[in-house]
Design a protein around this ligand. Structure first.
Ligand SMILES: [Zn+2]
Length: 479
């Protein structure tokens, strides 16, 4: 087990971009799915790509970086994160256990004041843009502050979630998930209320409307399917994207009929059918599989079941110290919950996760092969899915699902930008786009695990070694 003991102060030695930067010699995947370009030259100036290819003119005054033998892709996009969630249960008041152990408002105070912790863990992991699919309103100003910020990923946020609170459990979350009185959930109990909730999001500055669409009770299915359409119409009228959380096939189809542009989470309950695929194509939907979280949760549950704290799969030391302490101390709260299970009960729990993951993988491949846009997404911020390095597990689950590494590169760059509606600004390495890129030691066209070998990240034209953003040392000892 790797140990992380030394804390690093985050030291920035940014290239002052008064002069253009030029990176030469690398094999470049531009994010469009085109064949890689060998011995390419990338000219960057004032935060943007000025030239990419084999016939770029190198300006006289440029800083030249020789990247021969290395591989370059656009910066990764994580199309499903939550900045208002820590990666632990202190930010999830969905259970009495969490409520007893943590004060949600204290936790939010910290996150709001320290957004740089997650900014750095993302850049450290090669992620230069994130789509935040739900959180408290304090996350929304990050949309404008991140645009030209070389020390933060580009941020796109949907703010509070709209939901109907189908089950007692979801009503419990809705009621208790409040930050100093401000709710993270907005209601849709009537058509009028649904319209007001969408208007509220527009007023707050959200870029999208995220609906947490749990399966409604049988007697109100039709009513809520119609109400979801009202949300969709209002979102469209106000120019907001419609994002729907609907991991079951019936609800996912309702979401598409309501105009969903992004479906978060895989369909996990059954195989996607022809009707789903044609609705998804008609909407030109972006599908987010979020498969790695099942694996990360299962691994953490196994550790806790055996009386150990969950491990951090974080090859570059990107996860900040506070998050580590929260997990290493906080797991004690849940030990008894897991340890009271019999071996059979625990095995059944793990098997159930395994089944969800497998169904998600089969569906992700089907959706991709049907020509629907798939965007790499982690759900980072939910317990044990850590901001930044969670992406490596996600990428590997995509590859394990049978998706080709070259397609995974596109899903993790161009397709994420499309989910954000920013495909004209970022996600590919082309003239005029944001200069957001990463340098890798291994070839991501051969295996998605090559993303673990990242050495450098460029965000808005500034190139830094990822160690500049590391938050703990990884050099200690590896058994
Ligand atoms: Zn989520």
């Amino acid at each position: 087990m790797r140990r992380f003991l030394l804390l690093l102060g985050v030291v920035f030695t940014p290239l002052v971009s008064a002069v253009p930067s030029v990176i030469t010699g690398a094999t470049v995947y531009d994010g469009t799915g085109a064949a890689p370009l060998t011995d390419a030259t990338i000219v960057v100036d004032k935060g943007h790509v000025r030239c990419m290819g084999s016939d770029c003119t190198v300006p006289d005054t440029a800083n030249i970086v020789d990247a021969s033998g290395k591989f370059i892709t656009p910066g990764l996009v994580d199309a499903h994160v939550h900045y208002a969630a820590s990666g632990w249960i202190d930010t999830r008041q969905g259970s009495l256990l969490a409520q007893k152990a943590y004060d949600l408002s204290d936790a939010q105070d910290y996150l709001k004041e320290h957004t740089e912790k997650f900014d750095h863990s993302y850049l450290c992991s090669g992620i230069t843009a994130v789509l935040d699919t739900g959180g408290f309103p304090w996350t929304l100003p990050l949309q404008s502050s991140s645009i030209k910020n070389p020390n933060a990923p580009r941020f796109f946020g949907s703010g509070p979630l709209i939901t109907h609170g189908a089950s007692p459990a979801s009503r419990f979350v809705m009621t208790h998930q409040k930050y100093r009185g401000t709710p993270e959930f907005l209601p849709m109990a009537t058509d009028e209320e649904a319209r007001q909730s969408v208007a509220r999001l527009a007023q707050l500055g959200s870029s999208a409307v995220k609906v947490w669409y749990q399966p409604p009770a049988d007697d109100v299915v039709d009513e809520f399917d119609e109400r979801l359409k009202v949300v969709g119409q209002e979102a469209k009228r106000l120019g907001l994207k419609l994002i729907v959380h609907a991991p079951e096939l019936r609800e996912a189809k309702s979401a598409l009929k309501a105009g969903a542009e992004i479906l978060v989470h895989s369909v996990e309950d059954q195989l996607v059918d022809e009707e789903f695929l044609s609705l998804a194509k008609k909407n030109d939907v972006v599908y987010q599989p979020t498969m790695g979280m099942q694996k990360l949760k299962a691994l953490a549950e196994m550790e806790i079941y055996h009386g150990l704290p969950p491990d951090f799969d974080d090859p570059n030391g990107c996860i900040d110290e506070r998050t580590r302490v929260l997990v290493q101390e906080g797991y004690q709260t849940f030990k008894s919950y897991y340890q009271e299970m019999s071996a059979t009960q625990f095995a059944d729990k793990l098997l159930a996760r395994g089944e969800l993951l497998q169904m998600a993988q089969v569906n992700a491949k089907r959706v991709h092969e049907a020509g629907i846009t798939v965007a790499t997404s982690t759900d980072a911020g939910i317990p044990v899915v850590f901001h930044g390095p969670a992406i490596y597990t996600e990428l590997e689950m995509m590859e394990e699902a049978g998706i080709e590494p070259k397609d995974i590169i596109v899903m993790s760059t161009q397709n994420g930008a499309k989910a954000m509606g920013l495909e004209n600004e970022l996600g590919t390495l082309e003239k005029g786009k944001n200069a957001d890129l990463i340098i890798l030691k291994q070839d991501p066209g051969h295996s998605a695990s090559a993303f673990r070998t990242i050495t450098h990240v460029m965000r808005y034209g500034q190139l830094r070694p990822v160690t500049a953003f590391a938050q703990v040392s990884t050099t200690d000892s590896a058994e």
